[in-house]
Design a protein around this ligand. Structure first.
Ligand SMILES: C[S@@+](CC[C@H](N)C(=O)[O-])C[C@H]1O[C@@H](n2cnc3c(N)ncnc32)[C@H](O)[C@@H]1O
Length: 269
């Protein structure tokens, strides 16, 4: 893999090290192997009557049945939808859901599953789905890792982790969703060649994610030069965080990895 660095804010040392070093970092965090590990907020502003109404009316239609999450490794995303799709993608922490709905409209032959524990985010997504229904979306309002653990081996074409919570304090690093234990799970549920797509505007978190994923033996970084991770991929759909909080992606990092093995989807994310 080529490594031309250009003008970068992730040090070229990290870039090089992440390509070369295949050892697990010493400070690798990890969540409990079973059960819920949620640290962020689950509710923000009080919900409007409309948002409460959409949650009540539409969550049962779009929700992944909780009973399908009980047995680890048994859930086939095909069984969550009324029809079969050619690909299945999972968005972890979809926030207000605009990325999920945009992609579901663009790619009607792909089934999308999403997890977001924040009730205001779920209500915003369902409000959009009330206006524009999408039969290729299914969601859960809980810790994404519960769903990840439930999914069967080689069942996903891609995973998005867009602007995950950074957990800045060192003692909170183990809360980061990208850690060695979770990467083993993502590796198990992705098909060979499946994509792991992560973004962040937080330098320390981007470095953390690059270092952890590049040092996992089952993933390869698809970046060939600095432009590949400094600029959004072709056809990129920006998230709300990216456009509002990260001030239009000035410092965004786009980290595209692939599960080693056969060639997966060549489609742009
Ligand atoms: C900074 S926000 C980014 C939201 C969205 N991806 C975006 O880019 O606009 C991080 C999101 O991750 C969600 N989150 C945190 N821990 C999570 C977990 N264990 N499972 C699923 N989502 C989680 C939070 O509720 C929050 O909505």
């Amino acid at each position: 893999m080529a490594a031309s660095h250009g003008k970068s804010w992730i040090s070229s040392k990290t870039f090089k090290r992440s390509l070369a070093d295949r050892k697990t970092p010493k400070n690798s965090g990890g969540s409990a192997p079973h059960g819920r590990s949620l640290f962020g907020r689950r509710i923000g502003r009080p919900l409007s009557a409309h948002k409460k109404d959409v949650l009540k009316r539409l969550l049962p239609t779009y929700e992944i049945p909780p009973e399908t999450l009980v047995q680890p490794g048994t859930l086939n995303p095909e069984n969550l939808f009324k029809k079969k799709y050619s690909e299945y993608w999972f968005e972890i922490g979809f926030g207000y859901g605009e990325h999920l709905t945009e992609l579901s409209l663009r790619n009607p032959k792909t089934g999308y599953i999403g997890a977001e524990p924040f009730i205001n985010g779920m209500a915003a997504l369902l409000s959009d789905l009330d206006k524009t229904p999408a039969e290729n979306i299914r969601v859960m309002m809980d810790d994404a890792m519960l769903l990840a653990r439930a999914l069967g081996k080689n069942t996903l074409d891609g995973i998005f982790i867009l602007n995950p919570d950074p957990w800045h304090k060192t003692r909170h690093h183990k809360r980061r969703i990208v850690n060695r234990d979770n990467l083993d799970i993502f590796h198990r549920i992705l098909k060979p060649g499946g994509r792991l797509i992560m973004t962040s505007d937080v330098e320390a978190l981007s470095e953390w994610m690059v270092t952890h994923v590049a040092s996992h033996p089952g993933f390869e970084w698809t970046a060939k030069n600095a432009k590949d991770w400094q600029e959004p991929p072709l056809g990129w759909s920006a998230t709300r965080y990216e456009t509002k909080r990260a001030k239009n992606a000035k410092k965004m990092c786009y980290l595209l990895f692939r599960k080693k093995g056969m060639k997966g989807s060549e489609k742009s994310p």
